[in-house]
Write a protein that binds this ligand. Sequence first.
Ligand code: NAP
Length: 325
Amino acid sequence: MRWTTQPCKSLNRSLAIPFDPCFGSHPSTSFSGRVAVVTGANKGIGLEICRQLSARGVTVVLTSRDEERGLAAVRKLEASGAADVVFHQLDVNKSASIASLGDFIHTRFGKLDILVNNAAIGGIASNTQLLDSSKQAMQPVSSSGLANAIVETYELAEDCINTNYYGPKRVTEAFIPLLQSSQSPRIVNVSSLYGKLQYIRSERIKEELRNVDTLSEDRLDQLVQAFMNDFKEGKLDQNVWPTRNMVAYKVAKVALSAYTRILAKRYPKFCINCVNPGFVKTDLNWNLGVLPVEEGAEGPVLLAILPDGSPSGLFYDLKEVSSFE
Ligand SMILES: NC(=O)c1ccc[n+]([C@@H]2O[C@H](COP(=O)([O-])OP(=O)(O)OC[C@H]3O[C@@H](n4cnc5c(N)ncnc54)[C@H](OP(=O)(O)O)[C@@H]3O)[C@@H](O)[C@H]2O)c1
């Protein structure tokens, strides 16, 4: 990929590396510290990942699809004492936005050490009446109550697969050359317990996804496309896909898990893992989660700063290695 230069939206004065549009596709500096990009970092777990990485001396590119929300998030981190956090816009569904961020990183740092694919959506709409009545009664919503409170449509599912599976793929593919310029490249795919194979009902599909020695990226994309076709034609049950409670989210996260393993095999010098952050109180679950963001960010941060020689291609449940099953 040929990088070109883009203006920087940094608010951080301590990171005063000169920006010169004449540098074209050449990096303007050989940056010696570690640099991380965190997607979907204007709030929730992503914002906290930025805070914790910054506290560990990593220079963080906090990204957000919305410039105002992203800049406000950087201000918030700076006000709490975080150093070396810069903002750049990134919508993981827009190739031009990804390319623009790539230009920025190439020009400013010449490499990328850590990519945290955190951005995601639920792919659902809420039955707000049910959730409101539960909140008014000061009752936590049970998982079956939550399942009854959500609505899933084909359009929402399409958006979810696009953001939660193809989004990390787009960003990763674009940034592999920058990561290859790092001494210790790390990719962290923020997954979910729903990223485990147990949420796929079809034994045949499960077996295909399990076998990373035979599963190709093309085949993985075909399986995801087959899910979308079955969703459109009302054949989810017939073809043994998940049928309720965040079905597209589950398929996207299971596919992200399989993609993590494919990538780890393809790039043996990288550490590439996925992680369930836990049931964290954020907007994604209407703040019904139980863990604070501080705890939810710990697993992703641990994987982002793994020492050289650490395992790759694994699923972590919070901070512990778990199985893909
Ligand atoms: N919270 C939990 O209990 C839980 C459990 C398991 C896994 N996870 C995973 O943890 C990660 C973070 O979730 P969270 O709970 O912190 O959710 P959140 O508070 O809703 O944050 C999600 C972030 O993703 C961003 N985003 C959505 N679509 C995007 C796009 N197209 N391009 C760029 N950014 C986009 C959102 O931006 P906007 O503000 O612009 O919408 C927001 O910054 C996700 O991968 C999620 O699946 C969370």
